[in-house]
Design a binder for this molecule. Sequence first.
Ligand code: MN
Ligand code: MN
Length: 307
Amino acid sequence: MFMRIDKLQTELPAPRRADPNAAAALQELLGGKYGEMSTLGNYLFQSFNFRSKSKLRPFYSLVASITAEEMGHVELVSHAVAMLANGPDNDDDEVNGGDISGAPFEAMKDIRSFASFASAGGGALPVNSNSMSWNADMVTTTGNVVVDLLHNFHLECGARLHKLRVYETLTDPTGREVCGYLLVRGSVHAHAYALALKQITGVELEKFLPTPNIPLDKIPECQKYLQEGSHRRLYTWSPADYKEIAGIWGQGEQALPGDPPGALEVVDGLPEGGKIHQLSGIPSAFTPDYAPEEMMEIASKLYKASR
Ligand code: MN
Ligand code: MN
């Protein structure tokens, strides 16, 4: 089962301006072929379908724990997409000014992903950068542990590749931070699947890595995460379970050459994380609509009653 924490996995800077086209580009990291919906879907169903879970526990726990991290990546990218589409942080919900006769959103008809505004109110959707739906064909769960792990290794390497390409299209700090963070975490996952394969078959996957051959130390947004050692850490994402991943990660063996030196480490639980940014209401876009002042007053009373 899953537990939910009301935070993002890392702290995101607020966008400098609304840029719905940058939000559309970032959608590739969410619903693209190698996006977070794909890694989540693969590990989720592989972990459900895993045979001989107790006998193969370190390998099962690896796929199961990374599943939870990918769920948080889906959350992180979705928030960044909505932040980019909506612009700088603004806690002041507009409650007046809902005049729609002057075409207040005329500019939106020219954005790449118009459906994100027209159908989803400027939020994130499980689609790629061209608004094509993510779909279940992106999920591979063969029931063969080696084939699944090899597929996951390919998926993480593909994800590194398309994160780099999306990164190269962005100038806003919000989108760049997401790419920097996910590049570091995706490298950890590629490394972990490579180590798991190395344990099972003896194959030297470090001769494949890093793929693509872009050292993280050339990307400014990765530096903070490298300095704090995020690239050396695998989390269990659980109060008590999945500790067996330490059999694969942190036994002196490594498969990702070129990383800054240091021992691999399993952390029980989860990282500290960062805050969830507010998306304020916009009457002319009918969000959140009905009677905003009345709803907020009701919510405020209910909140006080809950304390
Ligand atoms: Mn991910
Ligand atoms: Mn991953």
